[in-house]
Design a binder for this molecule. Sequence first.
Ligand code: SF4
Ligand code: SF4
Length: 78
Amino acid sequence: MNRLYINQDYCKGCLICVDVCPKHAIGASDRLNSKGYILPDEIDMSECSGCMLCEMVCPDFAIAVETDEEAYRHGGET
Ligand code: SF4
Ligand code: SF4
């Protein structure tokens, strides 16, 4: 299953990533970062298509998705 990574220090809680996710795989969490911003989180990553829209729209480079394929590739490199 694809995995979501959030850089909590970079995130400013705009939730644009959540808005653009066509699969509703991610959503607002109930967690705040040190600046008090709402962090996004996984909701149902089994729905994630790996389209990378969330990564592309984030103005702060705070979100990344690792697809199964990437995980496999990286695993093979070690
Ligand atoms: S788009 Fe980026 S900065 Fe905005 S909530 Fe998502 S991860 Fe945080
Ligand atoms: S890669 Fe696409 S489907 Fe997966 S969480 Fe991001 S926007 Fe949603």
